[in-house]
Design a protein around this ligand. Structure first.
Ligand code: FHN
Length: 611
């Protein structure tokens, strides 16, 4: 996968790094996608005829709960011609696409992708292949793609074009989901393809200067619908021929696994990353809910939430493309504008931790204070960027799992780079923080190294709550197969494993604070009598306890909602005399036919520290 165009330089870096057994960078990038990976943050624009409806048609709200305003034609069964009456609501004197680009720039975004043609089939440029286009319905004529392309070039942003190739509600032979009932022949669909898709894409690729990316929007695999693989390849080959530097997303209908020439993966709408990937990927996201402007949209995500989404994705090698739905006079809703400007302010100060940065090698959930990105600087220094989501009241945070002593640590917002004091112990770097959080949204700490830092995986880091949370999800080893049951009943039943026969779980910790530690375990046991045993071993000390019934409780009144309780039970205290690595063995021995649902072990210093 991705071998063909993989950067040679990336391979060299990879080889030298893997010899050291240390950092692993983002590897599987096609050359032409490097700008995209470096950019990390872009703007999506949904704007078209549907914008005029604002989510309502003849006084009735859009007939679908997801409220995607750009679907009004299809959902509310509007006729092809009548739909265009919505254009009467557009205020063309006020519409200036350059303002969208200026906002993108102020927001710290590096590219802009507009719906050149959405599912309604209406083209936002002067299309020769169809008169269902903006040019033919404006006087004086307008070509929104031309205007946007010029604005992007003027302000130094890459231009992306969304093109709905699969779905087209306007063309009689385009796909709409109702054809699942009425059917369409391959020949008829190909007529749409050759008569509209190919010529229109040729127009976009030849008349509007350099196109950074084409953003396709087929969210199911081609094998499950009418489009054929050869049609998709025809389209892809044409893009490669006409604009070799233009990148293509996986919603073309070909996955990155299936075709390494597809430049990046598009996740589901608003689906944030949950694991690190070594190829480029992106989340398309909304600030509230609808993509096109919707008068009733009100669930605005906070700037902090949006920043977390961006940082979270970058920390897993992903991008975020955040949508704006301007109104029919070109205005961007205040709530969106405000959030984007705040993100831009944050990026002005902290952008170094985002642009050109990538995932760090440690597991994403290791530290509960936030997320880490990293970057190599000038071929010599390495920087980790600690994005602290929750500024700790005890004014310290730790990195666990890095086996190199940093050369310097400072706040990214501090131009003087005043060093923060820290203590380093084998695998734990404990940093002393100022009392006041430097940034009310997310504060970033830079941890600098002279060479690639070493990594030790498989450790459990100390939680911000003050102890070590040992779960089936962060074990080092086990004697059996464990299947983690996800949380259920709205989270009232936590993630756990069902243990039916003896199970041994092992974790490794680095304890940098010797002393007496309390050991608690949380489990649910739905029998009436004591049965089975738990035992916890650290060094030579073992604490054992019978498994006790935990009972049930009720979630909400009168809602037939009975929850099997997970209770925390104290196993005892262990002495940890010195700083160092400790292996913990936890044995769960249920009695036959009496399974126990195990959740966690919690280890926390009891107050008596040993120096
Ligand atoms: O149906 C479209 C939707 O209108 C919107 O354009 C989104 C953006 O990712 N894509 C489709 C649904 O996934």
């Amino acid at each position: 996968m991705f071998l063909k165009n993989r950067k040679k330089i990336a391979l060299l870096i990879l080889v030298s790094i893997s010899q050291l057994g240390m950092l692993k960078g983002q590897e599987l990038i096609n050359d032409r996608a490097q700008w995209f990976v470096d950019s990390r943050f872009g703007m999506f624009i949904h704007w078209g005829v549907y914008t005029g409806a604002e989510g309502y048609w003849k006084g009735e709200k859009l007939r679908y709960d997801n409220d995607y305003a750009e679907w009004i034609l299809y959902r509310n069964r509007i006729g092809r011609e009548e739909y265009l009456t919505l254009l009467d609501r557009f205020n063309w004197e006020d519409i200036n696409p350059e303002e969208w680009v200026i906002l993108a720039k102020k927001a710290g975004m590096k590219y802009v992708t507009i719906t050149a043609k959405h599912h309604d089939g209406f083209a936002l440029w002067n299309s020769q292949a169809s008169d269902y286009d903006v040019y033919d319905h404006t006087n004086p004529h307008r070509d929104v793609i031309k205007e946007l392309s010029e604005a992007c070039q003027k302000h130094g942003l890459k231009l992306g074009l969304y093109y709905s190739h699969w779905v087209d509600w306007e063309h009689p032979n385009g796909w709409d989901h109702s054809k699942e009932i009425y059917g369409i022949s391959d020949e008829d669909y190909d007529q749409y393809w050759q008569e509209k898709v190919i010529p229109q894409m040729r127009e976009l690729l030849t008349q509007y200067g350099p196109i950074g990316m084409i953003w396709f929007d087929m969210w199911i695999h081609h094998s499950k619908t009418v489009v054929t693989k050869s049609q998709l390849l025809q389209l892809k080959n044409m893009i490669r021929e006409l604009q070799p530097d233009c990148i293509i997303n996986s919603r073309l209908g070909l996955s990155v696994e299936e075709d390494s020439d597809v430049d990046y993966q598009t996740l589901g709408d608003n689906q944030l990353g949950n694991k690190k990937k070594n190829y480029p990927w992106q989340t398309p996201a909304t600030v509230a809910h609808s993509w096109g402007y919707h008068a009733s949209d009100s669930e605005w995500k906070s700037t902090t939430t949006l920043l977390h989404s961006l940082i979270n994705n970058v920390s897993l090698n992903g991008n975020l493309m955040l949508n704006i739905g301007p109104r029919a006079n070109g205005d961007i809703p205040f709530e969106i504008k405000q959030r984007l400007l705040e993100m831009g302010q944050w990026l002005k100060i902290n952008g170094e931790s985002i642009y050109g940065s990538e995932a760090f090698s440690l597991s994403k959930d290791l530290h509960d204070w936030g997320r880490i990105t990293h970057k190599k600087i000038n071929n010599e220094k390495y920087r980790l960027y600690l994005h602290v989501y929750n500024w700790p009241v005890d004014q310290q945070i730790s990195i666990t799992g890095v086996t190199t002593k940093p050369t310097n640590i400072y706040l990214l917002s501090d131009k003087q780079k005043a060093p923060l004091s820290f203590a380093y112990n084998e695998v734990v770097t404990k940093i002393k923080l100022p009392a006041d959080q430097p940034d009310p949204l997310v504060s970033v700490i830079v941890v600098e190294y002279d060479h690639p830092p070493g990594i030790r995986e498989g450790l459990v880091a100390r939680s911000e709550s003050g102890g070590y949370l040992l779960t089936p999800g962060n074990i080092n080893s086990t004697n059996g197969y464990i299947k983690i049951k996800p949380a259920g009943k709205f989270g009232s039943i936590p993630e756990h494993v069902v243990v039916e026969k003896e199970l041994l779980l092992e974790w490794t910790l680095y304890i940098d604070e010797p002393g007496k530690y309390n050991v608690d375990a949380s489990y649910s046991f739905q029998e009436e009598k004591i049965a089975g045993e738990l035992s916890f071993t650290l060094n030579e000390s073992t604490l054992s306890q019978d498994i006790q019934p935990t009972g049930k409780y009720v979630g909400e009144p009168n809602s037939n909602w009975v929850i099997e309780s997970f209770n925390s039970s104290k196993l005892g205290e262990v002495e940890i005399p010195n700083k160092g690595f400790y292996d913990i063995r936890f044995k769960i021995k249920p009695q036959e036919d009496k399974p126990v649902n195990f959740q966690w072990v919690w280890l926390e210093i009891s107050g008596d520290k040993t120096d």
